[in-house]
Design a protein around this ligand. Structure first.
Ligand code: PMP
Length: 483
């Protein structure tokens, strides 16, 4: 971590001389609403000591992780990795692009871009139906991608992998194809306070349709799920539990395996939202034991418009169809239709063939880097960035869970989140400012919006330094004393 003097010098070097004149403070009411909720500052109230970057150890134990990556953790070179991402090699507003909006979507490596290019240049055909060479090539590539996903997730077979548009569609699929059949008036669905709207609204719709009741597990002042309160929510009527593996708004890594076990102990089915988790932690369906696991390709260096629903085989087999149409049937008369077995039963119509194949390539790309190596590098950068942000006067980090992925969500006293986002954009730095489709958890922390910087494999310490320097420039302040 650079010293305070170095930070100031860096800010000046990067973005010009910082005026010593204090800036008039914009008293936007959303910035710090009066709230009885806790007001954690970044460093004062940590439940644990920040590890200096050099002394960092992974926060998970190797036994929690099952293959494919075995052996010691290897350091990754973010400077080398970023060369694989052509989009990063450009200037925005006259400065090098710094992409810290990875929670919204990740950039794509050359290998994925090339794979899509190759598909459209030499393989493009509809799959399954055609009796010609290109149909065979496209089908092989598509089914090959399904096998890659199955292996990546540690699924029992490719039949447990359904291609969908993304996390949102996968959750809606389970709500409608499973929940609508299984839930009755008075049944209960348990979620947590951390959820993205995509893991709230489909269940609310299902509750309206069936008369089921939505129950919400609370979080503590650090943004961690209160496990005892979570367990107390379960009754004999709890049919379904749905929670996120990683919170997109705070970065909390939930104790997913334990939460699945608790839900199962109470006879509930469990869906885990892996949208933010899948690129940051190695997952294995056998050890996680979730009934469904869902994620979006675009958050793991794959294309947009493609995602995955993993479901346990017997569960998918027992589920009715999602949408009706071609591909999902084995026989149709005007009187009745016989449906295909999973996964085809849930893939009506022509799917996103090219992007499914591109997703397969993205998963191969991250597997080659090693998910444990990725997690280790991210944790180190997260520590570095957390220390850096602690130096910004008036900055309040939202959520300081003990287990945290590379999400830095904060508000800056006297500034609206949108204005911070715009100011950073002028410096070529892309962050997200808004409610992050997770309004309930932001409100739990007393804010309507936050600024969110999210880390990925190509982010470097220089990216973090630029963010810190940009924020210092905005506040026109000298760095706050570090604890
Ligand atoms: N869940 C979480 C935790 C997310 O972060 C997101 C995307 N921000 C989603 C669900 C929805 O993903 P998508 O928009 O790709 O369907």
């Amino acid at each position: 971590m650079p010293s305070e003097a170095e930070l100031s010098r860096l800010a000046n070097q990067l973005f010009g001389e910082i005026s010593q004149e204090p800036k008039p403070v914009d008293q936007h009411p959303m910035a710090f609403p009066a709230s009885s909720e806790p007001t954690l500052t970044a460093a004062e109230s940590l439940p644990f000591q920040l590890q200096p970057p050099g002394g960092w150890q992974p926060s998970f134990s190797a036994s929690q992780l099952t293959a494919p990556q075995l052996g010691p953790i290897q350091p990754l070179d973010a400077y080398q990795i970023r060369k694989d991402f052509p989009i990063l090699d450009q200037q925005i507003h006259g400065r090098p692009l710094i992409w810290l909006d990875n929670g919204a979507t990740t950039q794509k490596p050359e290998a994925v871009i090339e794979r899509l290019n190759h598909f459209y240049r030499s393989e493009n055909s509809n799959i399954h139906r055609g009796a010609h060479e290109l149909a065979a090539r496209a089908t092989d590539a598509y089914e090959g991608a399904r096998a890659t996903v199955a292996k990546f997730l540690g699924a029992s077979s490719s039949e447990e992998i359904v291609f969908v548009r993304g996390t949102t569609e996968a959750i809606n699929l389970v709500a409608q194809a499973w929940g609508r059949r299984e839930l009755q008036t008075g049944d209960e669905i348990v979620i947590t306070h951390l959820e993205h709207h995509a893991n709230i609204v489909p269940w609310q719709i299902l509750c309206q349709q069936t008369g089921a009741v939505l129950k919400v597990a609370p979080v503590d002042d650090y943004g961690q799920v209160l496990l005892e309160s979570y367990e107390r929510l379960f009754t004999a009527r709890t049919k379904l539990t749905a929670f996120t593996q990683v919170s997109n708004a705070l970065g909390t890594i939930t104790p997913a395996q334990e939460m699945v076990q608790i839900a199962h102990r109470h006879g509930s089915r469990v869906l885990v939202d892996g949208a933010q988790g899948v690129a940051h932690e190695q997952v294995n369906m056998q050890s996680l034991d979730a009934d469904w696991y869902v994620f979006s390709g675009h958050k793991i260096y794959g294309p947009t418009g493609i995602g995955v629903l993993y479901g346990k085989r017997e569960l998918l087999q027992a589920m009715g169809p999602w949408q009706g149409g071609g591909n999902m049937i084995s026989d149709v008369t005007f009187e009745r239709t016989i449906y295909q077995e999973p996964p085809n039963r849930f893939e009506a119509g022509t799917g996103n063939i090219a992007d499914a194949i591109g997703l397969g390539t993205a998963l191969e790309y991250v597997s080659n880097l090693g998910l444990r190596n990725i997690a280790a590098a991210e944790q180190e950068l997260l520590s570095y960035a957390t220390e850096g942000l602690c130096c910004i006067p008036g900055l309040r980090l939202l959520g300081q869970p003990k287990e945290k992925a590379g999400v830095l969500s904060f508000v800056l006293e006297g500034f609206r989140s949108e204005d911070v986002g715009s100011a950073l954009n002028q410096l070529g730095i892309a962050v997200r400012a808004g409610h992050h489709c997770a309004q309930p958890i932001l409100r739990r922390f007393g804010v309507e919006t936050s600024v969110r910087a999210t880390l990925a494999i190509y982010n470097t310490k220089e990216d973090v330094d630029a963010l810190v320097a940009g924020l210092l420039r905005l506040t026109h302040g000298s760095p706050r004393k570090r604890p």
